[in-house]
Design a protein around this ligand. Structure first.
Ligand SMILES: [Zn+2]
Ligand SMILES: [Zn+2]
Length: 412
């Protein structure tokens, strides 16, 4: 980013934080949280800050004008002390669902990465290690694409469904946010979870991902004797069992020959296709596994694994298990987009439009020279695609392109 663009972004962020109409909703138990501010200047992170009240926080943001604002999901006796001396009291249970971790059909079009060490580049989800030099640091160019954020939303819906139905949290105890970039955050602040340690949180992560789940894997000993009876896996009632059962029913009832072939099924495709109703209603609903002959345990397992992948929620595991995690603060601007992190009611997840609700700048325009940008929608208006051209855009659209490294400000 050129200095003139950086100055422009910084100016706009200052306008936002200094404006009397900007409301920054403080996190609960504000005085027990650690705060962190990423500064524009030299990208320095100020950590181990503490803030006593909402008013103090607002003042502080107006003075510092950070590029990004975070607070700990943890509560501490002394939030401003160094890590070992903070006195950990507990932490919210937080989940991060980011398009970065979800394979979508379009990420190959708009996301690029390049290895910092050897320059190897590629498109789509960034690799963990470079296949050429083994390096693990990459420069990435992503895009907050509507379709990708929609898939993050679908993962969020699955997670919330599990939190409500399997873990028993009420809608009131679950808070959901658009992250301001390419995904969603889900927070549970209930006292019951506050003191869970990292291991306990890892168990929750495993459950949400369906890790270690094997509804159809049976002991060898059980398999040999009474083979048919050993198939009495009971898919009933509750939790993953119920999710797998319902998922398998939907899948079987709607399956085409290609769907089955894609799972690696060959010889029994015909049997399945001819007995859809019986499989869905008798085998799966009533656990009468032998009423359709010729379907092996292996086949059931393949279908169940496919359903598990569909039903698990693709969360970023590290975020949930880290009991000292810093998380972006609600109501503050995202330095990579100029959009706000914003909370909305769980019940509105379906209809929530981040490209409208998270827009922080609603006035003014700016002239920018765009290197490249795909078509995008902001506040209900379509923009782009652009390629090496100078355009005058509403402030929010200009900021998005500049923050994503796709455009520079043109001084008038
Ligand atoms: Zn490399
Ligand atoms: Zn996309």
């Amino acid at each position: 980013m050129e200095p003139v663009s950086q100055e422009f972004v910084c100016e706009k962020f200052a306008d936002f934080y200094k404006s009397s109409s900007t409301e920054v909703p403080a996190p609960s138990l504000i005085s027990q949280r650690e705060f962190a501010f990423l500064l524009f200047k030299n990208r320095v992170m100020m950590r181990h800050e503490s803030v006593s009240s909402t008013a103090a926080l607002k003042r502080c943001l107006g003075e510092i004008v950070p590029s990004d604002v975070y607070h700990s999901c943890a509560y501490y006796e002394n939030p401003e002390a160094e890590m070992e001396k903070k006195g950990w009291l507990g932490a919210d249970l937080v989940f991060d669902i980011d398009a970065d971790h979800i394979p979508t059909p379009c990420n190959k079009i708009h996301d690029e990465f390049i290895c910092n060490k050897c320059g190897f580049d590629g498109k789509g989800i960034t690799l963990e290690t470079c296949p050429v030099c083994g390096g693990q640091k990459f420069e990435t160019k992503t895009w907050p694409c509507e379709r990708c954020i929609q898939s993050a939303k679908e993962e969020t819906a699955k997670l919330i469904d599990m939190l409500e139905k399997d873990f028993g949290f009420s809608e009131k105890e679950i808070r959901v946010f658009f992250s301001g970039h390419r995904g969603y955050h889900v927070h549970v602040e209930d006292e019951a979870i506050r003191t869970l340690d990292a291991m306990a949180r890892k168990e929750i992560v495993d459950y949400v991902l369906g890790l270690g789940l094997a509804p159809f894997d049976k002991d060898e000993s059980e398999k040999t004797e009474k083979r048919q009876k050993s198939r009495g896996f009971s898919l009933s009632g509750f939790g993953w069992n119920k999710r797998i059962k319902q998922g398998m029913q939907n899948f079987i009832l709607n399956a085409t020959r290609d769907d089955l072939r894609n799972l690696g099924l060959k010889s029994n495709c015909g049997i399945i296709l001819q007995n859809k109703e019986a499989i869905a209603h008798r085998c799966l609903e009533e656990n009468r596994w032998d009423c359709v002959k010729g379907i092996s345990t292996e086949t059931w397992t393949k279908i169940a694994k496919h359903i598990k992948n569909l039903e698990s929620a693709k969360i970023d595991t590290v975020v949930t298990t880290d009991i000292h995690r810093l998380i972006r603060m609600n109501g503050t601007l995202h330095g990579k987009t100029g959009l706000k992190k914003i909370e909305f009611p769980v019940a509105d997840l379906d209809v929530f439009d981040p490209f409208k609700e998270a827009v922080a700048f609603k006035e003014g325009t700016a002239k920018v020279s765009v290197s490249s940008a795909p078509e995008f929608k902001l506040s209900g208006k379509m923009f782009g695609p652009y390629k090496n051209q100078t355009v005058e855009l509403p402030t929010a659209a200009a900021l998005l392109l500049i923050c994503k490294g796709r455009a520079e400000v043109v001084k008038q």
